[in-house]
Design a protein around this ligand. Structure first.
Ligand SMILES: Nc1ncnc2c1ncn2[C@@H]1O[C@H](COP(=O)(O)OP(=O)(O)OP(=O)(O)O)[C@@H](O)[C@H]1O
Length: 671
């Protein structure tokens, strides 16, 4: 049966008919308020319904009036005391003291006592109410509008089709069935599955619409199945992207809707994975050929930091001489933590070309600054393009200072080597008469603040006549690995184009140190963000682009970081309007900035091993009901066992995520 049919079948279920089967009876409530319900359960009832694991879904039906169709949705939380418990406990203890057997075949309990002992109380959270509206269709409200005295209700365990309807119920009214939903896993309540193994597997579907342009978090310790879940989401996204109505942007399109009517995206969906460990970009032994690049050949472009012999990788290098601003951004990010005075002044230099073409003086000053900056790159060992020359306005007197015959004239174009020696002489002679006279005449220095910062960096001398006593341009040597002298199209432009066509881009950062990983992911994200913002402000359409980050704690701003200009904060806050989605995985929930957490709509939580992380999770949705269970973990059987809250689902559902397997990718996806 295909998924569409399966979903249609769920929709046709009437829980008011099908949930109230005798064999699903779980107990009778004795206390009820707006949030909690306490009920009486018996061991025999529990046996019949194959147990009541923590987190399982129950339905409490109001039974007093035939015309009222109302059922409270409950989640099993923990045992609660019954008024009769004191008597039961003391009687049980008496049996123990008398060394009388209370269990097994030849136990010594009389029928009445055995009956009394078999009851217990159970506390359940009320998650909301299912009811029928005037049109007789089933709706869900995430609270309780009214409750009657407890004796009016009977509680049933939600199983099979009824459970399927509950866990796949969306948005109050919208029930899955629009043909775009995809299976992600099946309902799983607990690590132990003695009873659950006998029960029919109940599939859980997600709406890809929940992920597109939204923020999704995957939290869990290492080896708990986060990457597997990411791969499932990539697969689901790819499937819906294939259904896009148009393959290209239409120039005349000024309709800002991102979806066509049936929840299908208008344009293909681009996906970009920042692959810190290289597990998406490279063949992965442990996962038996489930590396994304192998499965989606032809749809994937892989980028690497280094040349990869014989492998189909594009190299991410920047030509620092032609992309001056882009290169300078990389340099500034790499010097972010260097706060010495002269480095700070260097980082503050403004290399943006003057806007006003006719401001001659500004243009001349900019020309000098740019040339001095390029000399710093050259001195640091970044190879310039062949026959590269710089042109800037010097001064006849200064040219003579550099060489008696004044032959090195920057106005006519000079090599970077010549320019370096030109600037070095100028700085060393900057106390000479020419500069004093200039200042007297013009009221400002020939060497302005920006040029001064660059010349200090270039000559390694803070004092023009002093010794070389700082590192200066040597600090740029690490940029050599990021630089290329070729004149190809910048790789970010290629990436943006490929994303618009709905490709999957994998950025293999596994060969870079953490600083390089940060630099690259920030740079690429900023370029994509700015491109989308440009489209947005010009009223042009943006297709959906989904960003995937593993080990997000290494890249994202820290919790205490309130810098809203940070690119990840911006994607989290403004991404929705630009159709940019964010999917991030980490084991350190507590280190993620609250701006990002607050803007996260989809949550997948696997095992977490400490209180700090759990404390953070507790603050969101109804995860507080699961905190104790999240600490428990069985390394063999619990991989992929998560608690999931998606945007359109009103409550957390415990799910075992399906394995991402190569042979399940159908040809349709690879179209
Ligand atoms: N849903 C699942 N069902 C069964 N096994 C799974 C599932 N998800 C993952 N696994 C198994 O667990 C292993 C670890 O999974 P995965 O790499 O997805 O974890 P992770 O949390 O991303 O780990 P890391 O943080 O180390 O990257 C996989 O090799 C796979 O064999």
């Amino acid at each position: 049966m295909d998924i569409e049919q399966a979903i249609k079948n769920i929709v046709s279920i009437d829980i008011f008919e099908e949930a109230k089967l005798k064999e699903n009876f779980a107990g009778r409530p004795f206390y009820i308020d707006y949030e909690m319900l306490h009920m009486l359960v018996a061991d025999s009832w529990k046996m019949k319904i194959k147990g009541l694991p923590h987190g399982s879904f129950l339905l409490a039906f109001y039974e007093n009036e035939v015309s009222v169709h109302e059922a409270l949705l409950l989640r099993v939380l923990k045992p609660v005391k019954l008024p009769t418990d004191v008597g039961v406990i003391s009687s049980m203890v008496e049996y123990y003291k008398d060394n009388l057997k209370t269990s097994g075949k030849d136990n010594k309990l009389d029928d009445f006592t055995r009956y009394e002992f078999s009851f217990s109380g159970l506390e359940c959270r009320i998650l909301g109410t299912f009811y029928k509206d005037k049109n007789n269709s089933i709706c869900f409200g995430a609270d309780v509008e009214n409750f009657y005295s407890a004796n009016n209700y009977s509680v049933y365990k939600a199983r099979e089709k009824v459970l399927e309807l509950i866990v796949n119920f969306r948005d109050g009214h919208i029930i899955p069935g629009n043909g775009t939903d995809e299976r992600i896993g099946f309902v799983r309540y607990s690590s132990s599955r003695r009873f659950q193994e006998d029960e029919k597997e109940v599939p859980v579907y997600v709406s890809p619409k929940d992920f597109l342009g939204k923020r999704t978090a995957l939290f869990g310790m290492t080896r708990t199945g986060k990457s597997n879940t990411v791969k499932k989401i990539v697969q689901i996204t790819q499937k819906i992207g294939n259904k896009a109505k148009y393959t290209h942007f239409s120039e005349s399109d000024n309709d800002t809707e991102s979806f066509v009517e049936d929840g299908v995206p208008k344009y293909p969906v681009g996906q970009i994975i920042f692959d810190i460990n290289g597990e998406y970009a490279n063949a992965n032994m442990q996962d038996q050929g489930t590396a994304i690049f192998e499965l989606y050949k032809g749809k994937v472009d892989r980028y690497s930091l280094m040349e990869r012999n014989g492998e189909d990788f594009k190299i991410m290098k920047v030509n620092f001489y032609t992309d001056v601003l882009g290169g300078f951004e990389l340099i500034k990010s790499s010097l972010r933590d260097d706060t010495s005075d002269y480095v700070n002044s260097f980082k503050m230099v403004d290399l943006i070309p003057p806007e006003n073409e006719h401001d001659y003086s500004d243009k001349i000053r900019y020309g000098r600054k740019k040339a001095a900056y390029l000399c710093c790159l050259f001195s640091a060992g970044l190879i310039p393009p062949t026959n590269y020359k710089v042109y800037f306005e010097g001064n006849d007197n200064l040219n003579k200072l550099v060489q008696e015959d004044g032959k090195i004239n920057p106005k006519n174009g000079i090599t970077l080597k010549e320019a370096t020696s030109w600037f070095t002489t100028i700085w060393e002679q900057s106390n000479s008469e020419f500069f004093e006279d200039y200042k007297k005449k013009k009221g400002h220095d020939w060497i302005d603040e920006d040029l001064k910062a660059l010349l200090i960096f270039l000559t390694k001398k803070k004092n023009p006549t002093g010794r070389q006593n700082i590192s200066g341009y040597l600090k740029l040597r690490k940029m050599k690995d990021l630089h290329t002298a070729t004149n190809e199209k910048p790789f970010e432009e290629e990436i943006i184009e490929a994303l618009a066509q709905g490709k999957i881009i994998i950025i293999d950062l596994s060969q870079g140190d953490p600083e390089i990983q940060k630099l690259y992911s920030e740079r690429i994200c900023s370029k994509i963000f700015n491109h989308s913002m440009g489209n947005f402000t010009r009223n042009k359409p943006n297709n959906f682009v989904q960003f995937y980050f593993e080990e997000a704690h290494n890249l994202f701003p820290k919790k205490e970081d309130k810098d809203m200009s940070d690119i990840y904060n911006r994607i989290a806050k403004e991404g929705a309007k630009l159709n940019l989605g964010l999917i991030y995985a980490t084991q350190e929930v507590s280190s993620i900035s609250s701006n990002i957490l607050k803007n996260t709509q989809n949550w997948f939580i696997a095992h977490l091993n400490n209180e700090d992380e759990i404390k953070e999770i507790k603050k969101y949705y109804d995860f507080k009901d699961f905190t104790e269970n999240l600490i428990l973990f069985n390394a063999t059987s619990d991989k992929g066992f998560i608690r999931m809250k998606t945007y359109s689902n009103s409550f957390v559902v415990p799910v075992h995520i399906d394995r991402f397997l190569a042979d399940e990718i159908d040809l349709e996806e690879l179209r």
